[in-house]
Design a protein around this ligand. Structure first.
Ligand code: AMP
Length: 415
């Protein structure tokens, strides 16, 4: 074959789009129930927007972005996540001036040059939400409830929610220094990757995937035990609210997300139905990010969740939908004149919003009926010279097998 899709990208085939539509419909319904409105931003932005917001030293910016120089010598990047673009649009369009609280959601493809594996693609899809303009811990909990509610609607009851606080600009620098000092004491025992992080990004050592690092990390000081009073109170409010709404969760002091912009709350939702890439969603608060990107200081909180992984879980649970709804009517035609008649009737029905299908391959009546069955048609009618001359045909209800006489003259009006 001459052309193949790019490594880490995937065609979503017609046999799979039914489950995508099912999931997207639930996402839109729940987002609407929670008062979030959709925002659609471009798929590429200035590279500096992502470098500035996600952080130069993060894996995403340092090694995973699809960055290119366009013909005007501008450095552009395919969006690796949705928050930076959403905030850029929020600032650029003065959304904060139209309303003191802005709640938006997005759904679409993201791009990261990661090593492809099950549940990890280079073009993948995320849905996510951002609430901008309030520091209320209620919104931290709301952005955890949103994906959980979407999963529940789809039939996924069991997810694990881990919550942490990563502090703020007041308490984090002190803690970072403390952590770096502790890490320097055990530097030789750490993996080379973690050793490299001690200076620049010591928090990431805490969530290292290396087993040796994990054992050592168990004895390191945690941010949650070194929070300033404001962060401590915020974190305790979040936990109280989670209890109030009856959401099971665990506090994980080693949860640090791979993006630099988080302040205070950070959370992750995982599913035991996934393999090593078990994270379904992640999010947190980012109270400094709007100002960092040039907007007025505005607190914010949000989450992002993977669609491919969600569909993998639905598949495992047998809850993914694999059939598109079939046509209301399939017209099987026996000869040329009947085929023309069938085409005109189908066009008329479709124009009235009734799904109708016919055979385009001059197949035998038996093959046409097989096709009607495969498509899951609700009704089937066979039309030939006899039916056109007598002015009457038999309409078969495919689920009951019942047959009804239908007039040829007033055919489309019967539906
Ligand atoms: P992140 O933006 O890294 O916090 O990711 C949020 C969610 O998006 C993850 O929990 C995954 O469900 C999904 N995700 C992130 N990266 C990928 C990827 N490369 N392939 C598929 N899904 C991904």
């Amino acid at each position: 074959m001459k052309y193949r899709s790019i490594k880490g990208t995937k065609d979503i085939l017609p046999s799979e789009t039914a489950s995508w539509l099912q999931v997207e419909t639930v996402i839109r319904t729940v987002m609407n129930d929670f008062g979030y409105r959709e925002i659609r931003t471009p798929i590429f932005e200035q590279t500096s927007l992502f470098a500035r917001s996600i952080g130069e030293l993060t894996d995403i910016v340092s090694k995973e972005m699809y960055t290119f120089i366009d013909r005007s010598d501008e450095s552009l990047t395919l969006r690796p996540e949705g928050t930076a673009s959403t905030l850029r649009a929020y600032i650029q369009n003065n959304l904060g001036e139209q309303s003191p609280l802005t709640k938006v959601y997005y759904l679409g493809p993201m791009f990261r040059q990661e090593r492809p594996q099950a549940g990890r693609l280079r073009q993948f899809h995320q849905f996510g939400a951002e609430a901008l303009g309030s520091s209320s811990p209620q919104l931290d909990v709301e952005t955890m409830l949103l994906p959980l509610e979407i999963y529940k609607h789809l039939g996924i009851a069991e997810c694990s929610l881990k919550v942490n606080s990563v502090g703020c600009e007041k308490c984090r620098p002190r803690y970072k220094e403390l952590l770096s000092n502790e890490l320097l004491k055990i530097k030789e025992k750490l993996s080379p990757e973690s050793q490299a992080r001690i200076k620049q990004n010591p928090l990431r050592v805490l969530d290292s995937k290396n087993e040796g690092d994990q054992k050592l990390a168990a004895h390191l000081p945690l941010m949650k035990d070194h929070l300033c009073e404001e962060c401590r109170q915020h974190f305790s409010q979040v936990q109280k609210l989670l209890q109030k709404v009856g959401i099971k969760h665990t506090i994980d002091g080693r949860l640090v997300r791979g993006l630099d912009y988080y302040t205070k709350t950070a959370f992750e939702i995982a599913s035991s139905h996934l393999g090593s890439q078990d994270a379904l969603a992640g999010g947190g608060r980012y109270d400094l990010l709007v100002a960092e990107l040039g907007g007025k200081p505005t607190p914010g909180v949000g989450f992002a969740a993977g669609l491919e992984r969600l569909i993998m879980v639905l598949d495992k649970l047998g809850k993914a939908k694999y059939e598109h709804s079939g046509p209301v009517l399939f017209i099987a035609a026996l000869d040329e004149r009947s085929r023309e008649w069938a085409f005109a009737q189908c066009s008329e029905l479709r124009a009235r919003g009734i799904s109708a299908e016919l055979d385009y391959l001059d197949r035998s009546v038996k093959a046409q009926l097989r096709e009607a069955n495969r498509l899951n048609a609700k009704f089937v009618v066979v039309i030939g010279e006899n039916e056109l001359q007598s002015g009457s045909a038999k309409l078969k209800n495919m689920s009951t097998g019942e047959e009804l006489a239908i007039s040829i003259d007033r055919f489309s009006a019967a539906f």
